[in-house]
Design a protein around this ligand. Structure first.
Ligand code: ADP
Ligand code: MG
Length: 717
């Protein structure tokens, strides 16, 4: 666990590379520090004795009591400065200097060295290639940005330095305050997980915001963020969403973006509120920092104009909120308070001639209603209405009822003063009523994250040793691709498979078919034939007297299709009754940032055509597996659409978790598809499997030393 209290609250800051040369970074940082910082600022530059009327030191080692160094020296001098600082006992550093991972091989090597020195001295290093760090509680602006920040309760991290300066500029105009700001730079040492963890512990940070292009270690980010988001909302813009965007990000800070599906799943599992863009980022920040979380989803709309009320109503329909239906008493009270032609049902229209008192009374009555969790106030300019007086009334009503409010003041300069009053009191205001509704919806979204119970992934009792043997066998055969000959991998992990066997003669085929009884399914088995049905390599419903011929036919087809294919034989498999079943797919993949992912969706030929799938980062816990089933469009098909019987969802949920355990246990499995997993009202059965393995990670032929103890009892991890 890193401790960043000194980074954000130093007493004495050494600025290494300080200078008074016009237009230089060293000067800008020095000037910002002198203008802002409450503690001591000490310039370090061996070629100067004095700078900004203060003594300039040759080295950090000479500065008494320095507890943070800000480094703005040329790239090839950075490592030495960090070493000296480490020797001098300084444990926190901000490296502004660029020319590291983002600058070719030489830079990348330098960045590795930087990380090594940081590890050697146990230093918290921001950057390199960072714009710097701001901490308003100690008035510190250790950046070269032209503007600092006003104090507030929002902390912000950004992988783009330019975005930090842009946000500072933007915020200065809007009285948006911050607690801490960090430009992450290349994240050689400290990354997003460290800051999320720190701000999660920091009592004064109410909201964490971030702009990220990539996440260093997805799994650790999920684990860290998940604990933080119980108390502190985390809102992120993750850019590089599209293929083109992802490419741009990769050539940006040297970040290699993980796949979009992994990010979507990972951020969701982390409890992060992911937003599309910058405006939403700050809309969310404003309302999460300023307003309480609503207890219920009913929204009251109070407006002095019909049209905007309809717009807000539409926006409520598009959101996870609902238009509150008022209790009887509320309607009665509104009828008494409002003129005859006013609308006393939701949205409440107080009519264009409403003075502030009428507006305020309607809002008061609405907020008192038990079915109302939050309210949107919409006001258009009229001769009878003072925006300023309305703003004060709204602030009072919000405080009196403890329910969240968002305001839409539909005007220009005449609303400015009122807007300031409202945002000063933490009530967000917008021109667009729909935006006001969306912000309230962010509060609801956060409430769901906050209230979600965390369930640890379950560890099933499995035959790990048998699975290991199946994989070790692939190693012996020198193959990286496996098919139905590896079905045992699934059954070893408790995933039901049909009875069956791989045989290499017509006689054996017949023997196995007789053992199974009735009609059977026969499939060609070859690591070189990926899609068996495409070459007529699957025969469904073969009667016993035709098994021998079917065997010969399958072998002939395979040879004709691919003469040099490695043929392992033919699988003879029990025929499942699929008439009341649905073919689904469960599969896994590995992401460089998030590790193993689990996928579920509509299977068979539909996978590629419809792409109706959901993804989660493994290990997947039971509630997450349930969400996956609910996350596809075809869910109604599983739940008994058109007179069908609903399928056995519990078995699917369990299969997803068991597969998740399999890939977590065996890093050698790179990709695995169970397609189809046939799901019926009684069961879920895997009838096909295909996987690719990493030959380097395949287990050896020897049993694991603890093989006898791998059969664990069912416990919670
Ligand atoms: P591939 O995907 O390589 O073409 P599969 O083993 O998935 O081969 O078989 C193709 C299709 O045949 C499946 O989607 C399913 O509809 C059907 N099928 C395969 N095995 C069985 C079985 N044991 N019982 C019933 N139908 C089966
Ligand atoms: Mg298949």
């Amino acid at each position: 666990m890193v401790d960043l209290t000194t980074l954000f609250g130093p007493e004495c800051v050494a600025v290494v590379g300080a200078t008074d040369r016009e237009g230089s970074v060293g000067r800008a940082v020095m000037q910002n520090m002198l203008d802002s910082f409450e503690g001591r600022v000490v310039p370090v530059n061996p070629s100067r004795d004095e700078l900004f009327d203060r003594r300039c030191y040759d080295s950090v080692a000479d500065v008494p009591d320095a507890d943070l160094v800000v480094v703005a020296v040329p790239p090839d001098a950075v490592i030495d400065v960090l070493r000296e600082s480490g020797e001098a006992g300084v444990r926190d550093a901000v490296v502004i200097t660029a020319g590291f991972g983002e600058a070719g091989n030489e830079g990348a090597a330098r960045e590795r060295e930087l990380a090594e020195v940081a590890a050697e001295y146990d230093m918290n290093v921001v950057g390199p290639n960072s714009v710097g760090v701001i901490s308003t509680p100690v008035g510190m602006n250790a950046t070269f940005a032209p503007l600092g920040a006003e104090p507030g309760n929002v902390s912000f991290m950004s992988q783009s330095g330019a975005f930090v300066t842009a946000v500072l500029d933007w915020a200065a105009d809007r009285e948006v305050g911050f607690r801490d700001i960090v430009s992450l730079g290349n994240k050689a040492v400290l990354d997003e997980s460290d800051f999320v963890e720190h701000w999660g512990r920091d009592e004064e940070t109410d909201v964490v915001l971030g702009y990220l292009e990539g996440i260093e270690d997805g799994r650790s980010f999920i684990d860290t963020a998940r604990t933080v988001t119980d108390d502190t909302p985390v809102v992120l813009v993750k850019s590089g969403r599209t293929e083109a965007g992802a490419h741009a990000a990769a050539s940006h800070t040297g970040a290699i973006a993980g796949s979009e599906a992994a990010y979507e799943a990972g951020l969701d599992q982390a409890g992060v509120l992911r937003v599309e863009g910058v405006q939403e980022l700050f809309d969310y920040a404003a309302i999460l920092a300023g307003q309480p979380v609503p207890d219920s989803d009913g929204v009251a709309i109070v407006t002095n104009a019909g049209g905007p009320g309809v717009m807000a109503t539409d926006a409520v329909g598009d959101s996870g909120l609902s238009l509150a239906s008022f209790a009887e008493g509320t309607v009665g009270a509104l009828s008494e308070a409002l003129p005859d032609n006013a609308n006393v049902y939701n949205p409440i229209d107080v009519i264009g001639d409403a003075p502030v008192d009428r507006f305020a009374e309607a809002l008061d009555v609405a907020l008192a209603d038990p079915n109302v969790g939050s309210a949107v106030v919409i006001a258009c300019p009229t001769a009878t209405l003072s925006f300023e007086a309305l703003a004060e009334a709204v602030v009072d009503a919000g405080e009196a009822h403890g329910k969240p409010l968002a305001v839409s003041l539909m005007g220009g300069s005449s609303t400015r003063e009122a807007g300031r009053t409202l945002s000063g009191a933490g009530v967000p205001t917008y021109f667009d009523p729909a935006r006001a509704v969306r912000s309230l919806d962010a509060l609801r979204e956060y409430r769901e994250i906050r209230d979600a119970e965390y369930t640890a992934p379950r560890e099933f009792d499995v035959d790990r040793e048998h699975a290991r043997e199946v994989l070790a066998d692939a190693g012996r055969r020198g193959t990286t691709r496996l098919g139905v000959e590896a079905m045992d991998l699934l059954s070893a992990y408790g995933i039901p498979i049909p009875e069956g066997e791989v045989v290499d003669s017509p006689a054996d085929a017949e023997r196995v078919a007789e053992g199974i009884g009735g009609d059977v399914v026969m499939k060609i088995v070859s690591p070189d034939i990926l899609h068996k049905s495409d070459i007529g390599g699957v025969k469904v419903g073969v009667p016993s007297e035709e098994v021998r011929d079917a065997y010969e036919d399958l072998i002939t087809r395979a040879r004709r299709y691919q003469p040099d294919a490695d043929l392992l034989g033919v699988q003879v498999q029990e025929l499942l009754d699929t008439s009341n079943g649905v073919e689904t797919i469960v599969g896994t993949n590995r992401d460089p940032q998030f590790g193993p992912l689990v996928l579920f969706g509509l299977g068979g030929v539909f996978v590629e055509v419809l792409e109706d799938t959901t993804v989660r980062v493994a290990p997947v816990a039971e509630p997450e597996a349930r969400e996956m089933i609910e996350g596809i469009r075809a869910t109604p098909l599983l739940r008994g659409a058109r007179g069908r019987d609903p399928v056995d969802e519990g078995s699917v949920v369990e299969t997803i978790q068991r597969l998740s355990q399999l890939v977590t246990d065996f890093p050698a499995i790179l990709e695995l598809d169970v397609n189809p997993l046939v799901v019926t009202p009684e069961s879920a059965t895997a009838v096909d499997v295909r996987l690719t393995v990493d030959p380097e990670k395949l287990p050896g032929p020897e049993p694991e030393p603890d093989a006898d103890t791998t059969e664990t009892t069912e416990t919670q991890r």
